[in-house]
Design a protein around this ligand. Structure first.
Ligand SMILES: [Zn+2]
Length: 308
C-alpha cells in the first residue's frame, strides 16, 4: 500500500455519504482527515489513530468502522468523530520511503537517526518527535522517554511542541467529546486510567473499559509508567474517560499488514458504538463543561471541506 492509496481509502468514504473535514495540519502541511457519524446533537465521542507512523493498520480499521456504522445506520443517539491519521507525514515515510522527505538535509537527518533506509519501524513525525509522548500530561516522566530526536520515544523539546499535537488538542476542544479512544498497534490490550484521577473517575473509567474489554476480548490494563500521550492528556486536562486500544497480535511484525484487517475489524467493529453508549450511560459522571453545549455547530462549517 502507498500513502496515496491510504488517503484515497479515506477520501472514498465520501462516496458513501460521509462528510470529510480537516481536524488540523501536520508539520508538512498535510490535512489530518476526519469524519463524523451520527448526530451532531447529544453526546459525542472521538476516536483517533495513526499517531505512530508505522501503525496505519489503525487507520484502516477506523475506515472500516466508519463505513460499517454509516452503512447500517447504527448510531441512533449522539455522534462519533473519527480522526483517521494523526501523523500523516510519518505514515508517508513508512509507506513510501524516505525519498518523500521534502529536502536533502531532512532526509539525511532522518536516515542518520533511523540508522539506515528501512523506515518500516518508524514511529515519529517528520521532526523525529514521538507524538504520543508530546502532550502536556506529566510530560517527560515516562519510563521509555528519550530527550533527543529519535525514531521513537523522543518527547520533543517542550510539551505540545508539534503541530499534529496542537491540531488534535484544538480539534478535541472544538468537538467536546465525552470519551476518546486512541487506536495503536500492537498487543491486543486496552489501557485505561492515569495517575492523579479521582477514585470516582477511575472507577467510572474501569467500568467503561470493562465493556470495551468484553466486546474486543482484549484484557483491560491500568496505565503505568507512561505519560505525554493523547489519552493521558484527555484524562488529565479534560477529565473524560479515555482509552488506548492496541490492535494486532503481539507476535505480528510492524507495520501490521492489511491481511490482518478482517480479524482486527471483527474484534473491534462494535467498539465505537459500545463506547458511545457507555458515554451516554455515564454522562452525569463525565465533566459537564466538556459536554453541555446544547446545539453543537456543524463541524464541517468550521473547517475547510476536503476536496477530491
Ligand atoms: Zn502506537
Amino acid at each position: 500500500m502507498t500513502y496515496q492509496e491510504l488517503v484515497q481509502r479515506i477520501v472514498d468514504l465520501q462516496d458513501e455519504g460521509l462528510e470529510l473535514f480537516n481536524a488540523g495540519k501536520s508539520v508538512l502541511g498535510k490535512n489530518i482527515l476526519a469524519t463524523h457519524v451520527g448526530s451532531y446533537d447529544g453526546i459525542q465521542i472521538l476516536i483517533q489513530g495513526g499517531i505512530h507512523a508505522r501503525e496505519y493498520i489503525s487507520t484502516l480499521l477506523m475506515i472500516e468502522q466508519a463505513r460499517y456504522l454509516n452503512a447500517l445506520d447504527l448510531v441512533k443517539n449522539g455522534g462519533i468523530y473519527f480522526v483517521f491519521l494523526t501523523n500523516p507525514d510519518g505514515a508517508e515515510i513508512v509507506l513510501d520511503g524516505i525519498d518523500t522527505a521534502p529536502c536533502d538535509i531532512t532526509k539525511q537527518y532522518l536516515v542518520l537517526a533511523n540508522g539506515g533506509f528501512d523506515f518500516s519501524q518508524y514511529k515519529a513525525n517528520i521532526n523525529l518527535v514521538d507524538l504520543n509522548t508530546n502532550f502536556d500530561a506529566d510530560w517527560g516522566t515516562g519510563g521509555q522517554n528519550v530527550r533527543c530526536p529519535n525514531t521513537e520515544n523522543f518527547i520533543g523539546f517542550y510539551p505540545n511542541s508539534e503541530r499534529e499535537v496542537i491540531s488534535l488538542i484544538n480539534f478535541t476542544r472544538q468537538v467536546r467529546p465525552s470519551l476518546t479512544i486512541s487506536y495503536h498497534s500492537k498487543g491486543e490490550v486496552i489501557y485505561y486510567g492515569f495517575p492523579g484521577q479521582s477514585e470516582q473517575d477511575l472507577a467510572r473509567d474501569k467500568a467503561i473499559g470493562e465493556q470495551l474489554s468484553a466486546t474486543t476480548g482484549y484484557p483491560l490494563i491500568f496505565t503505568e509508567n507512561s505519560s505525554g500521550g493523547y489519552k493521558d492528556w484527555c484524562i488529565r486536562v479534560l477529565t473524560i474517560p479515555s482509552y488506548t486500544i492496541e490492535v494486532g497480535d503481539v507476535n505480528l511484525e510492524h507495520p501490521i499488514g492489511e491481511e490482518n484487517l478482517p480479524e482486527i475489524f471483527e474484534q473491534n467493529k462494535d467498539v465505537p458504538l459500545v463506547a458511545l453508549n457507555q458515554a451516554i450511560k455515564y454522562q452525569n459522571q463525565i465533566n459537564i463543561q466538556q459536554t453541555k453545549k446544547a446545539n453543537q455547530p456543524r463541524i464541517a462549517k468550521l473547517f475547510s471541506m476536503f476536496k477530491r
